[in-house]
Structures are given as C-alpha cells and as structure tokens.
Write a protein that binds this ligand. Structure first.
Ligand code: FRU
Length: 537
C-alpha cells in the first residue's frame, strides 16, 4: 500500500480530489487567470463530467471555486464536455462547450456569465435556446465536439471550428456567426488530414514570426504564422502543424505537407493531451495548458482518490532559429517557487561516469543543465566506432545502452542505491545518410519499484543547429511528474513516475554518462522548489 499523498504533486494544478481531464476555456479576465477543467466530482475515474473552476493571479497559486457548469439539461445530461471561451466585443467572455446527451449525441452549447462585473465569474447561465449546433449531415452524432475560441473573419463575422471525422479523415469543421450564437456551417473545412481519425480539442492560433510575444486569436496579418493542433483520439497525442491561414478561402495550409497536423510535430513526446492555449493580454504572451494523465492503474487511482494533473502552463512562440517548430517554456512565474540552489561548473563525465549533484535533494526541483556538444570531429568514422543511429530509438536498453555519444544526461528521483531512478538523456549518433542527429529520451523503466505502472520509454529527435555547440535541458521535477524542456524548449517530454523510495529527502539528482567518450557539463543549476498551497473558497 502506497500512501495517497506520496505522489500528489506540490506545484502543479490538481483538484483537491477525484478525476480531472482536459483544460477548458482558459482566459485572463479582470485581473485573474481563469482555469476550467473536465472534472468528475464523484470519483477518481472518468464520468459525470462537469466544468471545475479555479482562479489565480500568477498561474501557480490557485483558488478553487464552485463548479461552473453541471449536467442539468437533456443535451448535457451525460456530461458537460470540453469547450472554449471567446471574448465578445464588449469584453464579456462566453463559453461554447460540447454537451453529451444520454443518447450519446454531441451538440454545441453556449453559456454566459451570470454577472460579468464579478471578476471571479462564479455564476454561469446556459442559453435557453441550446443546443446551438447539432452535427451536420455526414458527421456521426458521436464525432462532433470541442469548439475552439472564435476569431474574427475579414468581413467582421465570427468563425470557429469544431473537431470531427469522416471515415478515417480527421477534420476541423468551420462555422460562421454574427452573434456567436447562430452558427452557419461553411462549405469548406478549415483543414483535414487523411487517416488521422477523430480530431479532439482542436486549437488554432497565430504566432509572431519575429519576437516571442503572443498574439490575440483574432490577429490575421499576412506576416504571422498559424498553428493548427488536433488531439488524436487514435494516438492520444497532441499533434500540431505550422502553416499559413488564407483569410479569403478560410483554410489552413501547412508549411510542409509532410509535417501536417496529426502526422508531424508533437507538443510533447511523453504524456500531454487535449491541450488548449489562450492569449494573455496582461503579459502579451500565449499560454498553453495540457492534461497529463496517470501511468499507474485505475485501482491505484481509486485508492489514492485522485487522477491526473495539469502540466505547468507553457509560454509558446515560434522558433525563429529553426523556423519549423514552436518553442515551449514553463511560464516565468514558476521561478517564484525556486528556493535553495546548488550550482556546478565544468563537470567532466568520463565514460561510464556517475556524479551526484550534492545538495540537490528532494522530490521537487527545477534543473537547468548545459552540456558541451560532443566533439564529433574527433570521432574516426571507421565502422567499429560508427553508431548506427537509425537503430537506436530510445527504448532499446534505454539509459543502459552504450553508444559512442550517448546516453548522457540526468538521473532524477533516484534513491542512493539506484533502486529507483528516472533517466532523461541525450543520444547523439551518426545516421546512414551521413548526418549527425540528436535524440532526447525519458526512460521510466527503473522509475518505480511498484509493479503496476506503465514504464514506456519516450523519445524523439531534437534539432541542433550547426551554430549551437551545446545541448541544453531544463527539467521540472514534482514528486510524480518530470517535464523536460530540451534545447531551449524546442522539444518537450513529460512523464509520470511513482517512486516509493526516492521520495522527499531520499530523492537525489545525478549526472550520468553511459557513452564511450567523455562528456563535459558546462554548468548545472538546481533549485529546490517550494510547495504551493491550494485553497478553496
Ligand atoms: C478529450 C475529450 C474531449 C471531450 C472530453 C470529455 O480528452 O475526450 O473530446 O470533450 O474529453 O471529457
């Protein structure tokens, strides 16, 4: 039996108890960040879904409010499902959400603040004329959900999309409205991609090509790029594409068709789903929320009385260096929680080396580390030393694999006898095409002595530019979650782990190098993170 508090996070958003899934309707209103979420008030498994509600002034400290929307109509009797907030021209936020009926029908519905002068927006009123949208011909009543934030068309009308599928094609249906209530299906879809299945929680937003500031959802300048994200019900991953938005045809076009929505980039190569972004006018940035579910069993969730956390909100912007992906970094505010710090410079990791970062103990850390990029010019590429990167996919041997230039990285949440440890690491290799490539992996295989947890190894490639002679990594560790932001946030992996020994002061941090060449650590800084009290009113 593992105590229920052992894996509860200390600075991530979690309800006081029970099940949570998607982030819904995030916004900034009258001085408060509002966060709604798919919530089961009756248990630690999915069901009886309502909109939970919390507010914050810094995205870190949260105040739980009363449930905002409950199933009390025929059209949402089976659940008040995901949706978004749109700020009306008069500044009043409205919610458009998916209602699921007991017959399984998915419809779109609108709700208004009971009192827009209340900065906490505690009361919500559903429109008498709901549902405002039912699935159009050709779309199954069970494949029609998760409306986006609406944006303004060039002719002044509102546009929004609703995720759907037709056979195996995932698509974003396009609707037009003058009043955000009466919606008209458009002939064209915003976008669709074959064989990607149902598109859940579509998100569509502009990013600036120059600068890291965020843009209003309504911005439609020719100089901006657009992001189209879909959560694929089939793969359970959030996939995005960068592209352009043609304001005349009202269609999205990926920059690179081989990296279209659902077949190319992911926000996160670990666990991160049903994400949703919003524009924060207070700090002029775009913030991304994402749901991180558990890797333990349902039985364990019921025993601990809760399931799922939200990832630390991330600031997202266009990577103006690679020009083909987004950058995601934890919101600045998380640094408020940094306490005692340890720093080391120029740590040499010999082949097989393992070095403890002394003083960096505890299950709650914020870590920044920079490695020198391995000295690949010194490698003689005669067969024996050449590493066939094509055959290493992070899961073969995981961190225990030995290559010429990897794995090297960190062991987090490790007990002093290494019975438990989670390895986050780089692996640099030379491919058949004659190119150096860098992988980043998160290996959970030895993260817990508990038998009933999913320990899948995660990993993918990360682009390193010729001008970059380093590999950087920022890791947030919070008891049962490990979030790794690689090369400035170009690639991200989130994992869930359930240490039973490597907890609190028995959790340590190590640098390791399993490569057959030495690796130099330029610098490492690790901060112990304070816990955040969450309050209910
Ligand atoms: C995504 C999702 C949405 C749906 C909601 C129901 O996780 O399945 O498509 O609206 O969760 O809770």
């Amino acid at each position: 039996e593992v105590a229920s508090y052992l894996h509860r996070t200390s600075f991530h958003f979690q309800p006081e108890k029970n099940w949570m899934n998607d982030p819904n309707g995030p916004m900034y209103y009258k001085g408060y960040y509002h966060f709604f979420y798919q919530y089961n008030p009756n248990g630690a498994v999915w069901g009886d879904i309502v909109w939970g509600h919390a507010v914050s002034t810094d995205l870190i400290h949260w105040l739980y409010l009363d449930i905002a929307l409950v199933p009390d109509q025929w059209y949402d009797a089976y659940g008040v499902w995901s949706g978004s907030v749109t700020l009306r021209e008069d500044g009043v936020p409205i919610i458009i959400y998916t209602g699921a009926s007991n017959a399984g029908e998915q419809t779109q519905n609108v709700a208004y603040p009971g009192d827009p002068s209340d900065p906490l927006l505690r009361r919500w009123v559903k429109d008498q004329e709901n549902p405002i949208l039912r699935s159009p011909p050709g779309i199954n009543i069970k494949d029609f959900r998760d409306p986006t934030t609406a944006w303004k068309d060039v002719d002044g009308n509102w546009l929004m999309t609703v995720g759907a599928k037709k056979q195996k094609t995932g698509l974003a249906l396009l609707y037009k409205s003058v009043d955000l209530k009466h919606w008209e299906l458009q002939e064209n879809v915003l976008h669709s991609v074959e064989s990607t299945g149902m598109w859940e929680c579509v998100d569509f937003f502009p990013v600036a090509v120059q600068g890291h500031h965020g843009l209003e959802t309504y911005t439609a300048a020719p100089t901006v790029k657009y992001v189209l994200k879909a959560s694929l019900d089939d793969t359970r991953h959030d996939h995005y594409a960068l592209g352009s938005y043609n304001v005349m045809s009202k269609t999205f076009h990926p920059d690179d068709p081989t990296r279209d929505t659902g077949i190319g980039l992911r926000y996160d190569y670990g666990k991160f789903y049903a994400s949703k972004s919003f524009f924060d006018p207070a700090q002029q940035r775009r913030i991304l929320w994402g749901w991180v579910n558990e890797s333990d069993s349902e039985v364990a969730d019921i025993a601990k009385g809760w399931s799922s956390v939200q990832a630390i909100p991330r600031t997202v912007f266009y990577d103006d260096k690679t020009k083909n992906n987004l950058i995601q970094v934890p919101v600045e505010e998380v640094k408020e929680l940094r306490g005692a710090r340890v720093s080391e410079r120029d740590v040499k990791l010999v082949p097989g080396g393992l070095v403890q970062v002394k003083g960096a103990s505890g299950g709650q850390l914020d870590i920044e580390v920079v490695f020198d990029y391995p000295n690949i010019t010194k490698l003689s590429l005669d067969g024996g030393q050449m590493d066939d990167g094509d055959h290493f996919d992070c899961s073969q041997g995981g961190a225990a694999h030995r290559g010429v230039f990897g794995p090297f990285g960190l062991l987090v949440l490790a007990d002093e006898n290494f019975q438990e440890r989670t390895a986050v690491f780089f692996y640099v290799s030379y491919s058949k095409e004659g190119k150096w490539r860098t992988r980043f992996c998160s290996d959970q295989t030895r993260s817990s002595l508990l038998p009933d947890v999913d320990t899948t190894v995660y990993g993918s490639f990360v682009e390193v530019l010729p001008s970059e002679d380093f590999l950087s990594l920022r890791v947030l560790v919070d008891r049962s979650i490990v979030e790794s932001f690689v090369q400035g946030g170009r690639m991200v992996i989130t994992s869930r782990v359930y240490p039973t020994m490597a907890t609190d002061q028995a959790a340590h941090l190590y640098l390791f190098n399993n490569a057959t060449t030495s690796i130099n650590v330029r610098n490492i800084d690790a901060w112990q993170m304070h816990s955040v009290p969450m309050h209910a009113i």
